[in-house]
Write a protein that binds this ligand. Structure first.
Ligand code: 5GP
Length: 193
């Protein structure tokens, strides 16, 4: 989405450690007009694919997931990050290494929120190395449900997670793909430029 790329370039901040900050419009304070456009685009891309649920991971994927689910008129579910592993057996869980917090979480979804009949669209704000998405794909698999694909606001293409998932045959739709970003100069380039 060209206007998203323009907004990232104009308002995003590149931090050391390959972190892009877009917290004042994409995932902390949220530009609601932009959110609606992004959700509509994901709903358009996955229309006709039989999607029954939108799945994300707390906290920063929730806004996009809810808006996308609203556009598709289906429920949305978010995986919670737990400090400790599940022992009760009432949840599906997966381990996710957090890119921004440098920790490993157990992420959990109650078993009765996903069923083998579900076709799941997984969404998140960022895609870097792909750990968050792989954890969510793992959970969908444990539920016996199928993955329609993934929908991402910003993929950092140079970190390889998106292309690794595509190579596994998983559909990944990213609304903007950053190909390079420089913390010293602040210069950001997008895939295809
Ligand atoms: P991955 O699991 O693909 O390595 O990283 C994706 C997760 O880390 C997302 O859930 C996102 O919240 C966080 N993340 C990764 N890179 C960035 C970034 O550059 N900026 C922000 N704000 N979050 C990021």
């Amino acid at each position: 989405m060209k206007f998203l790329e323009d907004k990232i370039r104009a308002e995003g901040t590149v931090l050391p450690g390959h972190v892009l900050k877009v917290g004042h419009f994409a995932n902390h304070m949220i530009d609601i007009t932009l959110l609606r456009e992004m959700a509509r685009e994901l709903a358009r891309l996955y229309a006709g694919d039989g999607v029954t649920k939108v799945l994300t991971i707390e906290a920063s994927g929730i806004a996009l997931a809810a808006a996308t689910a609203l556009e598709m008129n289906i429920p949305m579910v978010f995986a919670k990050k737990n400090a400790t592993a599940n022992v009760s057996g009432e949840v599906y869980s997966a381990k996710v290494a957090s890119f921004t917090h440098k920790k490993v979480y157990d992420v959990i979804v109650p078993r009765d929120y996903l069923s083998p009949d579900d076709r799941v669209l997984i969404v998140d704000d960022f895609l870097a190395q792909g750990n968050a998405l792989m954890g969510l794909i793992d959970i969908v698999g444990k539920a016996g449900a199928s993955v329609a694909g993934c929908g991402i606001i910003i993929e950092k293409g140079f970190q390889g997670g998106g292309d690794a998932l595509r190579a596994r045959g998983i559909r990944v739709e990213s609304l903007a793909i950053v190909e390079s970003m420089d913390a010293d100069t602040g210069v950001i380039t997008f895939r295809g430029e």
